[in-house]
Write a protein that binds this ligand. Structure first.
Ligand code: ATP
Ligand code: MG
Length: 137
């Protein structure tokens, strides 16, 4: 069984989309093995998005992701990494497939409601950033 790190970003939490997004995850059949609402410490956000630190939007991205509570989620299921990315849709909601979360709930690339790890290496790294081993049940 594969595990991945998913997140409802501050825009999604602020807009009251937590229950809808968790319902989609559970209807799909992924198991929620870790779940917490939290404000991400700045250092954790910078580490989480470390691959983007040279990009012009990095500062804005870190400000945004630390700017309110998020819901951190550890998911388990067959092909969960790619499957959750497919459920989210493309990074830019304008390009996201109809019926995907970003197509259904977002309009801008900067506030696109959810996050999902993009590879097994990212999933392991991000799960380790957000969860202690004993928090994954
Ligand atoms: P995430 O990592 O948040 O799941 P992603 O893997 O689809 O999204 P990345 O390329 O990792 O996309 O970009 C991380 C985040 O940075 C995006 O979700 C988006 O909010 C923001 N971002 C990416 N490209 C841009 C851009 N050109 N302008 C502004 N923000 C951007
Ligand atoms: Mg990414």
């Amino acid at each position: 069984m594969e595990r991945t790190f998913a997140m409802i970003k501050p825009d999604g939490v602020r807009r009251g989309l937590t229950a809808e997004i968790l319902a989609r995850i559970q209807r799909k059949g992924y198991r929620v093995v870790g779940l917490k609402q939290m404000v991400i410490p700045r250092e954790t956000a910078e580490a989480h998005y470390g691959e983007h630190k040279e990009r012009p939007f990095f500062g804005e991205l870190v400000d945004f992701i630390t700017g309110g509570p998020v819901v951190a989620i550890a998911l388990e299921g067959e092909n969960a990494i790619a499957g959750w990315r497919a459920m989210m849709g493309a990074t830019n909601p304008a390009n996201a497939a109809p019926g995907s979360i970003r197509a259904d709930y977002a309009t801008t690339v900067g506030e696109n409601v959810t996050h999902g790890s993009d590879s097994p290496e990212s999933a392991e790294r991000e799960l380790g950033l957000f969860f202690k081993p004993e928090e994954l049940l």
